[in-house]
Ligand binder design. Structure first.
Ligand code: GLN
Length: 486
């Protein structure tokens, strides 16, 4: 078996027990990348030189009998909206094409402190706006299961890197599904933690009340190992929660007997592909066979979550992206006569179509004539959605819903109709609106062989519960063992 195809846990153990050297691991992963990157386009930047240098340092430490951390020597990929000191962080936008941060995001510091080695930065939808990675200014990322299909988005590069064994795990960001949806399209495990559990310091903001950094991994155990490292209080992020650091691997029990799993039947009735629905129903049956109690729940306001999300997210985006004016930040146009001209032309040239659409939408819903009708109302509905979940969690320990209504679509199929693209987020956005944790894990394939994911949602800061359920599902199904033939 090639080293690159091992799990994060196994490779970490092999390094520590000196069965392999860190250089051998890096050689294996980078040769895999050399072989597949041209077809798949997962990465926008590779940091090979720095990775080998770090590898050498860690190997020296290890050989001297020193500790190298929980992820010592393990190569990891980072989404390109997470700041990396001295390494370009572009948000896949022309606006930040040459932006080199002078600091690390807290998550990157945490990973490095535990010995992880950064392989490179992964492609994404521009400023994380999209569900297919097609809005990237830089390149096209293809789904390893069928390269005519999109990988999902916005963290498409991270999902492909992990699914094609071009990284042992990756970081992504999830504002409305950008970890869970590509994870489901690519058949990997994607975790969006509770809002506040993982620091957002150094994550380039899209919609700050919804954004959350999380993980892509090859299985649930590796997900827990990654969460162990990235979760924890950060005084640099004022929304960071004071939660005690835990060992999430302790939650990995193969047992969900008597867990009450909520099924929101009415929410999962319309607009879903039949084969995806079938896989979802089979998933529920599996949970039942494993001893879980299925309870039927109502999420009455969930049907408004898409409208609510696209008002709140665009409103916040219009404000967050105001800083890119060509003076303080970002691309500066060479074509201008006065200051207003400079602002206008820099933004016109620097932002892509989807980003502009959202800035305009967000500015509109915040404008004085429409604020009450849209933004304020969306905030009220947000509270109702939160209350829906609160009520649901009185009746159940976790909720199961599909991750996305369809499997990965073909390039161009939805990019000309933004509304159709937005509809792909129907099952993922409620979780961000409420700030809850959610995980997507492999749950089947459609007749064309494209992956299907299933999503579990749990109450605030109950990631252990979430991981236990996901782990049990994974241990008792075969989907996770099937790999793309690339
Ligand atoms: N697809 C959603 C959007 O375009 C979610 C994106 C995300 O989670 N970053 O807003």
């Amino acid at each position: 078996m090639d080293l690159y195809s091992l799990s994060l846990k196994d490779i970490a153990q092999k390094i520590k027990s000196k069965q392999v050297t860190i250089k051998e691991v890096l050689d294996s992963v980078y040769s895999r990348i050399d072989e597949k990157e041209e077809v798949l386009g997962a990465y926008v930047t590779l940091t090979k030189e720095a990775a080998y240098k770090k590898g050498e340092e860690l190997q020296k430490k290890l050989d001297a009998g020193e500790a190298i951390g929980a992820l010592g020597g393990v190569p990891i990929a980072i989404k390109d909206n997470i700041c990396t000191d001295g390494v370009k962080t572009t948000c896949a936008s022309r606006m930040l094409e040459d932006f080199v941060p002078i600091y690390n995001a807290t998550v990157v510091d945490r990973l490095e402190k535990q010995g992880a080695i950064i392989l490179g930065k992964t492609n994404m939808d521009e400023f994380a706006m999209g569900s297919s990675t097609e809005t990237s200014y830089i390149k096209k990322t293809k789904n390893a299961w069928n390269t005519e299909h999109v990988p999902g988005g916005s963290s498409g590069g991270s999902a492909v890197a992990v699914s094609a064994d071009m990284a042992y795990a990756a970081l992504g960001s999830d504002t409305g599904g950008s970890i869970r949806q590509p994870a489901s399209y690519c058949s990997v495990v994607g975790l969006k933690p509770t809002y506040g559990l993982v620091s957002r310091y150094g994550l380039i903001a899209y919609a700050s009340s919804l954004d959350q950094i999380g993980t892509f991994a090859k299985n649930v155990e590796d997900t827990a190992l990654m969460l162990n490292v990235i979760a924890g209080h950060d005084k640099k992020d004022t929304t960071s929660a004071c939660i005690k650091e835990k060992d999430y691997t302790k939650a990995l029990l193969n047992d969900i007997k008597n867990k009450r799993i909520g099924v929101p039947d009415a929410f999962v009735k319309d607009g879903i592909n039949e084969e995806v629905k079938q896989a979802y129903d089979n998933g529920i049956k599996t949970l039942e066979d494993l001893g879980a109690k299925i309870v039927h729940i109502d999420l009455d306001y969930a049907k408004y979550s898409l409208a609510t999300y696209y008002i709140i997210a665009t409103a916040e985006a219009s404000s967050n992206l105001g800083r890119y004016d060509g003076i303080r930040y970002g691309h500066r146009s060479e074509d201008f006569e006065d200051l207003i001209d400079l602002y206008k032309n820099s933004r016109t040239e620097g932002f892509g179509e989807e980003v502009k659409r959202r800035i305009m939408l967000g500015t509109y819903v915040l404008s004085s004539g429409y604020y009450d009708a849209y933004y304020k109302r969306a905030q009220c509905v947000r509270t109702l959605i939160i209350e829906d979940f609160k009520k649901a969690f009185e009746k159940c320990d976790a909720i199961v819903i599909p991750t996305a209504p369809h499997t990965a679509f073909k390039f161009g199929e939805k990019s000309t109709n933004p509304l159709e693209m937005y509809l792909e987020d129907i099952y993922t956005v409620p979780v961000n609106i409420a700030g809850l944790p959610g995980i997507s894990i492999p749950a089947g394939f459609d007749s064309k062989g494209m992956p299907i994911g299933i999503q579990f949602i749990s109450n605030y800061f109950t990631e252990e519960n979430l991981l236990q359920i996901a782990y049990t599902f994974e241990q008792n199904t075969e989907f996770n063992n099937i790999k793309p033939n690339i």
